[in-house]
Design a protein around this ligand. Sequence first.
Ligand SMILES: *Cc1c(COP(=O)(O)O)cnc(C)c1O
Length: 353
Amino acid sequence: MLRTPGPTPVPPKVLQAASSEILYHRSDEFRTIFRDLSNNLKKIVGTQNPVLTLTASGTGAAEAVIQNLSNKGEKGISLSNGRFGERWAELMSLYGMESATQKTEWGKQVNVSVVEDFLHNVPEVSMIWIVHCETSTGTVNNIQHIIERIKQHTDALICIDGVTSVGVHELLMDEWGIDVLVTASQKGLMTPPGLSFVSLSDKAWKKINDMPQKGMYFNLTRALKNYEKNTTPWTPAVSLINAAKTATDMILSEGMENVWLRHNVLADTFRNRMNSIGLESFSENPCNALSALKIPKEYPDIVERLLEQYNIRVSKGQEHLEGAIFRVAHMGWCSESGVNEVANAIEDIINNG
Ligand SMILES: *Cc1c(COP(=O)(O)O)cnc(C)c1O
């Protein structure tokens, strides 16, 4: 039983779609599927703009954004309260940007006031990254509020890492003023790993159009040109696109409000059961995609025992949190019986030693 915060399990129907016959990516059959997937994604993230599909994991989409939208020497900041926030700051530096990390302690929500002070002193920032759900600590950032506040101080492009939040938490790209959204197939979207999705606001497209073209595989201008013909510039993972089309159909037929509510109920159900046996949440503002729980002193090997005795695979903490927390996902293709099965196993370990 896979309960890691990515990849996540995939419904049988989606697996079936992934194993259907291979389509030529310039055929009408493929174009229809690609068009339907693109339209589904637009509804899921709440945008009128194109959502481009890239054959790469989530990091690939973030790299595409920074490669296409940054100039050497421009300033970028990443509001970081965990590992992914740090990754995007590193990526900006690798592309020659002057990047700064606005750090908040891991497990807390990003501190907007500190960012506002920074922007007051350094107004010429061109790109700001915010992670919606920080998977390393199981924390959700209230990005709607954060965006509203920082937009009063900057014209920077607001880039959201929605990899573990799309299909889990409410996210309305256009309404919330998001300029760049990246997400991936293997978390809340219940599709196998290997695809990422990126959408840009008009403002972000304008910047790209005014810049020299950069790169080839991840060239977003070329991706957009082909998107308009319902295909991709290079041979995409056609099987995964088929799978993603089926998965997003399922998500939309459940309805976004229902999908968000289901995740909220699953997270509450799981954490209430954990709290009742004395297991505490690590995060001060826990997200609905996963629970990061403090490892009880008496059971340092809880992750290994869940795998060996119950065949349930969960994740350890990362970096300095390895040994301190473990992370259990309840996103994507997940129901109440799924979270209860994990809760039963953990309870069994705690109650029976
Ligand atoms: C999983 C994840 C990513 C992307 O990682 P990939 O392995 O490249 O798909 C990015 N951000 C967050 C918050 C994630 O959880």
